[in-house]
Design a protein around this ligand. Structure first.
Ligand code: UGA
Length: 428
C-alpha cells in the first residue's frame, strides 16, 4: 500500500524524490513557494535537464499519484511523511545556512498530522534533526534524517538503484517506517542515529572530492615525471581496495554540492575543535586546478590571452546536466576574462546568454562557430558529442590549431597527427 507523502521544495532533490516515490506507488504532493514553477510543473514542464525525470513525472501525474501545489500548508495536512528538500546554501562563514529548513518547519509544525514523520533530505549540518524538531514544536511528530546521494544527470537512476539508504533517528519505529517507503529498492538500509546519518552525507561528499583532488594532483605529478595519468589510474584502480571510480582527472570539481559541502564540513569540524587540514588542502588543490587549466590555455595562446580569442566547449559543471552552479568551466573562463581574453563558448545545454554567470562571454549555438578564428580551443565539460566532431573542419576554421582538453575527452594522438598542439590533464 502506498503512503501519503508531502515533499517540500521541488529542486533537484525534491522533484526527483517526489517523482520516484510516486513511481514506487506512494501518493505524493509536492509543494513549492514559486507560483510559476508550480504552474509549469502542473502543465508537465520539467524545469531541469534530468534523464528519465519527465517520464516519471508524467506517469505519476497521469496515475493520480503525483501533484504540485503552491505552499507547504497545502501539502502537509494529510501526509504521514513530510520530506524537507530545501536549499542549504553556503553562508558567509562557509557553514550551511539552515534558515529555509527552519522556517519551513516552523510553518508546517502546527499543521502536521499526529504521528507523522518529518524527514530531512537536504544536506544539513550535524544537529539539524534536533533543530527541526525544536521548530516543529510537536511531541507527537518524529524527525528523521535521510540524506540523499543522487548525482545530477543520473538522479532518477541513482534514486531507484541506491548503493545504500541511510536513515538516522532516535525513534526506532519512525526509522523503520521510513525504511519501508524504500522497501522495493535495492541497496542496504543503514539505520543509525541522526548525527551519524548527517555526518555520513558530508563524509561521503568530502571523500569523493578528496579522490578527485588526489587524482588531479597526481596528474600534475605525471606531467612532471613523464607518466600518463590514465594508465596510473588504471593501475591503481585494479587494486580492489582503491577501485577505479571517481578518479577521472579534470578541470577541478564543482556543482551545487561538493564546493558547498566541503566548506561546510571544514566549518563543522572546526566549530567543534578539529582543524580539518586534509579537507582544506583538498579544497586548495581544487582551486589550484582551475588555475592550472587556465595556465595551460594561456600557454597555448602564446603566453598571454590578452586580446586573444579562446573558444570554449562546455560550460556546465559536468556533462548531461544544464547546471552551471560552481562550474569549473565558469571559474576558468573568469580567470581568462580578467586578463583580457575574448571567450566564445558553446555548450549543448546552455543557450541563455543573459545568465549573469556568463557576463562577458559570447555564447554561440554551434561548436564550429565557437572555434572560428580562435587562438586556442579549451574543452571544459565532458559532453561525449565533442569527441565525435569533425576535427578536420575544426582545423580549417580555427585560427591556431591548439587544443587544451580539460577533460581528457579527445583523441590526443589523432589530433597531434593532424597538426594540432594538444594538451590534456596528466597525459603524455
Ligand atoms: C555529488 C555526489 O556525487 C552525489 O552522491 C551527491 O548526492 C550530490 O553531490 C549531492 O550532495 O547532492 P553531483 O554534484 O551531481 O553529485 O556531481 P558529481 O557527479 O559527483 O560530480 C561533481 C564534480 O566532480 C563535477 O564537477 C565532476 O565533473 C567532477 N568529477 C567527478 C571529476 O572531476 N572526476 C570524477 O572522477 C568525478
Amino acid at each position: 500500500m502506498g503512503q501519503k507523502i508531502a515533499v517540500i521544495g521541488t529542486g533537484y532533490v525534491g522533484l526527483t524524490t517526489g517523482a520516484c516515490l510516486s513511481h514506487l506507488g506512494h501518493d505524493v504532493v509536492c509543494a513549492d513557494v514559486v507560483p510559476e514553477k508550480v504552474d509549469a510543473l502542473n502543465r508537465g514542464e520539467i524545469p531541469i535537464l534530468e534523464a528519465g525525470l519527465d517520464e516519471l513525472v508524467h506517469a505519476g501525474v497521469a496515475a493520480g499519484l503525483l501533484s504540485f501545489v503552491l505552499g507547504a500548508e497545502n501539502a502537509v495536512g494529510d501526509a504521514e511523511f513530510v520530506f524537507l528538500c530545501l536549499p542549504t546554501p553556503q553562508g558567509a562563514d562557509g557553514a550551511a545556512d539552515l534558515s529555509f529548513i527552519k522556517s519551513a518547519a516552523a510553518h508546517v509544525g502546527p499543521l502536521l498530522r499526529p504521528g507523522s514523520i518529518v524527514i530531512n533530505k537536504s544536506t544539513v549540518p550535524v544537529g539539524s534533526a534536533g533543530e527541526v524538531a525544536k521548530k516543529l514544536e510537536r511531541d507527537d511528530v518524529s524527525v528523521v534524517s535521510n540524506p540523499e546521494f543522487l548525482r545530477e544527470g543520473t538522479a532518477v537512476d541513482d534514486f531507484l538503484h541506491p548503493d545504500r539508504v541511510v536513515i538516522g533517528s532516535d525513534d526506532e519505529d519512525a526509522a523503520r517506517r521510513v525504511a519501508d517507503l524504500y522497501a522495493k529498492l535495492p541497496g542496504e538500509v543503514l539505520i543509525t542515529d541522526p548525527a551519524s546519518a548527517e555526518t555520513i552525507k558530508y563524509a561521503s561528499n568530502a571523500f569523493l572530492a578528496t579522490k578527485i583532488s588526489f587524482v588531479n594532483a597526481m596528474a600534475a605529478v605525471c606531467e612532471e615525471v613523464g607518466a600518463d595519468v590514465s594508465d596510473v589510474v588504471k593501475g591503481m584502480g585494479l587494486d580492489q581496495r582503491i577501485g577505479n571510480k571517481f578518479l577521472v582527472p579534470g578541470p577541478g570539481w564543482g556543482g551545487s554540492c561538493f564546493p558547498k559541502d566541503s566548506h561546510a564540513l571544514v566549518r563543522i569540524a572546526e566549530n567543534s575543535g578539529y582543524q580539518f587540514g586534509l579537507l582544506r588542502s583538498v579544497i586548495a588543490v581544487n582551486e589550484e586546478q582551475f588555475g592550472r587549466v587556465a595556465n595551460k590555455i594561456t600557454r597555448f595562446a602564446g603566453g598571454s590571452v590578452e586580446g586573444k580569442t579562446v573558444a570554449v566547449w562546455g560550460l556546465t559543471f559536468k556533462a548531461r546536466t544544464d547546471d552551471m552552479r560552481d562550474s569549473p568551466a565558469i571559474n576558468i573562463i573568469n580567470r581568462l576574462l580578467e586578463v583580457g581574453a575574448t571567450v566564445r563558448a558553446y555548450d549543448p545545454a546552455v543557450d541563455d546568454s543573459d545568465d549573469p554567470r556568463l557576463a562577458g562571454v559570447e555564447i554561440v549555438g554551434d561548436p564550429y562557430e565557437a572555434v572560428t578564428g580562435a587562438d586556442v580551443l579549451a574543452v571544459l565539460t565532458e559532453w561525449p558529442e565533442f569527441a565525435e566532431l569533425d576535427f578536420a573542419k575544426v582545423g580549417d576554421l580555427i585560427g591556431t590549431k591548439a587544443v587544451v582538453d580539460g577533460r581528457n575527452l579527445l583523441d590526443g594522438a589523432a589530433l597531434k597527427a593532424a597538426g594540432f598542439a594538444y594538451d590534456g590533464i596528466g597525459r603524455r
